[in-house]
Every structure is written in C-alpha cells, then in structure tokens.
Ligand binder design. Structure first.
Ligand SMILES: *Cc1c(COP(=O)(O)O)cnc(C)c1O
Length: 354
C-alpha cells in the first residue's frame, strides 16, 4: 500500500484573508482558505487533496449521520518568537486519532499521511496563523464514514479531513461548575476515552440544564456511583490539594488529554507531587471546607487552563479561594505559553516546526 502519493493542491483564487478581523476572532467562526481531504476506498487511502475550504457533497445515507461513525481531534499551531510556525505535540493527536478510529471500527492513518497533510495545509495557509499574544491557529482533523448504505455495520469507505481556524486569546473567566450526579458523559467500557462525535451530542442536554441553573459547565462523575470525578465539561480536571497536584487516573471513560499530560509533566518538572488516582467529589468538598483545596481547573487545547471559581455540590454553591500570582495554574500557563511561542526551552521536544 502506497500511503504517500503527492498531495493534489488546488489553491484558492479568492483568498478570504483580508476579510477576517484578526483583532476580534471568535472561536471557531473564521476558517482559513484551504482544507485537506483524503478518501479511504477499497481498503486504502487514496490520493490526498488540498482544496479551497467550502461545502461538499456526501450521501444522505452515510453512517456518520445515522450511527455516529465520526471522530475528531483538536490541536494548535503557534506563531513563533522568531517568525516561524510550530505545532504543539501533533504526534500525540495523531496517535489519539488512531485509538479513537479503532474504537469506532474506522481505518487508522499513517503518521506520514497525517503529518504531510498538516504540513502542506499549514504552509499554504501560513498567513492565517495569528501572531497576537495568546492567539493561535486551531486545527481540526476529523474522519467520518462515507458509504451510502443504511444498514448497521462499519462503513467500508471514509473521508479524513483537516481544516483550520485562527483563534484569539481565550478569555478564562473563572468558571462556575457543579457536580453532575444524575446524567453521565461516559461509562467504564464505553467510548469516553475516544474523541468521537457522539460523546459530545449526548453531553449537550445535561450541560444545558446546568447552564440554565447559572453554571458554565459540569463536573462529570462516574457512571456507577456518581462519587468520583471524571472530567470538567470537555476538559480534564485538575486539583491542587494540600500542596499536591491531583487528577483522576485515566480509564476507558476519561479522555486522555494532551494538555493534561503536558500540565502533569510540567508539575513534575517543577518538583511538585502529582497523584493520578480516583478523586472523590466528597474528598474535594471536604478539602475545600478544610481550607486545603488551593486550586481547581479544567485543561484542554481550546482554553488551555480554565480556573474554577465556584463549585455546586448537592444544591449549594461553594467558592474557591482566589489564587495569587504564584498559583500553580498561573505558573504552568506561563510555562506552556513560553514553550509554545518558542520563548522558553522546549526540553521535552513538544514543538514541531512547519
Ligand atoms: C478533547 C478533550 C479533552 C482535552 O484534550 P486535549 O488533548 O487536552 O485538548 C478533554 N476531555 C474531553 C472529553 C475531550 O474531548
């Protein structure tokens, strides 16, 4: 099987770059000029293409629409201090895409096809990578079934695509969250560790109920007992308790976040104790009452680090202490920013230059 045919590129004749207001970017609303696409047919990936971003035709009977054979990734490229462009840990996203693909009976993709597509797309749309502090190019790789067949079985054909969106500084207004003790995002043995579309669709209703009550997000708890922390909305959850960095251990119901992994590594680099284990909602609330919960925050590619200000638990709201300049969440945000822009040393070789 020859994976690496050259990418057939059809550059746009009408760039939309000048029409985008880079000073007021709203997350996910502006799309760069081009998109990458490659089809899986007859058991192999075909010739890849880069074409102008736009609508496309699909069969109304494709099983992504009916049965949820659809997976995605979220990653970012950053304008570098010295003028270049670099991706943050793209191979982690590539590996996770493949583990999601296996869970959903979809074909995996080679590192070469993934990375070549990414590189060529970003080279062509390099002018779309914003350079203002805190801004970046959000990258959305995704794959979906394309068979025109309504029977329930894995599709035989798929399309893998990548498009990108310039995004501004994510304003991290401290979050009001509450423990969810009725609905579940995912259960042990389910597909919670995979980044498949259905996990998101099913989470919208409970999230909307919490938002109607004045919260921004939920803290999901385990499906069988509703006693242990899973994640915070679509982010992994991290707590600083009693001087230690504590987070739920990975399982089949928790998404293995690249930001989580990076924050834990930086915590260890700073000499902090990191615990990956079961974290009880009761434990968190007891620590808060005892003055031992120093920080709580969500971590993910879109927001990087989203501090939690208030936690709702069994009908009451509890405020977390206000964090100072030396808080771990602030220090780790600064350390990550420095690595991503090339201003700080990249000792773990996380950045990949385009
Ligand atoms: C994508 C995602 C995250 C964050 O993962 P990152 O790799 O850090 O962006 C966390 N939880 C869920 C459910 C997700 O889908």
């Amino acid at each position: 099987m020859i994976d690496i045919l050259p990418i057939r590129t059809q550059p746009t004749t009408a760039s939309r770059l000048a029409s985008v207001d880079f000073d007021h970017l709203e997350f996910g609303k502006a799309f760069s000029d081009h998109m990458f696409a490659v089809d899986f047919v007859n058991g192999e990936w075909q010739e890849a293409q880069i074409v102008p971003y736009g609508d496309m035709a699909v069969s109304p009977a494709n099983s992504a629409l009916h049965y949820g054979q659809a997976i995605f990734e979220g990653m970012k490229a950053y304008h570098q201090h010295d003028g270049g462009v670099a991706l943050f840990r793209p191979l982690d996203n590539w590996a996770r895409l493949n583990s999601s693909a296996e869970r959903m009976c979809m074909p995996t993709i080679s590192e070469e096809l993934f990375m070549n597509g990414l590189r060529e797309l970003l080279k062509l749309d390099a002018a779309w990578v914003p350079s203002a502090p805190g801004s970046s190019l959000y990258i959305r790789p995704f794959m979906f079934a394309t068979d025109g067949f309504i029977g329930v079985r894995p599709s035989e054909t798929y399309r893998f695509m990548i498009f990108t969106c310039p995004v501004g500084l994510y304003f991290n207004k401290p979050l009001r969250v509450r423990f969810e003790q009725k609905y579940v995002r995912s259960a042990e043995g389910g597909a919670g560790y995979a980044k498949n579309a259905g996990n998101y669709g099913a989470a919208m209703y409970p999230t909307k109920l919490a938002q109607n009550e004045g919260y921004n997000q939920l803290i999901w708890t385990d499906a069988s007992q509703h006693q242990y922390v899973e994640e915070s909305g679509t982010m992994n959850a991290i707590f600083v308790m009693d001087g230690k960095v504590v987070t739920p251990a990975l399982s089949t119901s928790i998404l293995d976040g690249v930001t989580r992994r990076s924050v834990l590594q930086l915590a260890r680099d700073m000499g902090l104790t990191v615990e990956e284990r079961k974290v009880g909602s009761r434990e968190v609330m007891d620590a808060l009452a005892a003055g031992k919960l120093e920080e709580a925050f969500g971590v993910g590619t879109a927001a990087t680090i989203a501090p939690i200000a208030t936690i709702g638990y069994e009908g009451h709201d509890y405020d977390l202490p206000v964090t100072g300049a030396q808080a771990f969440s602030k220090r780790v945000t600064a350390a990550l920013d420095a690595i991503r822009t090339g201003e700080g040393a990249d000792v773990h070789n996380w950045m990949v230059r385009i």
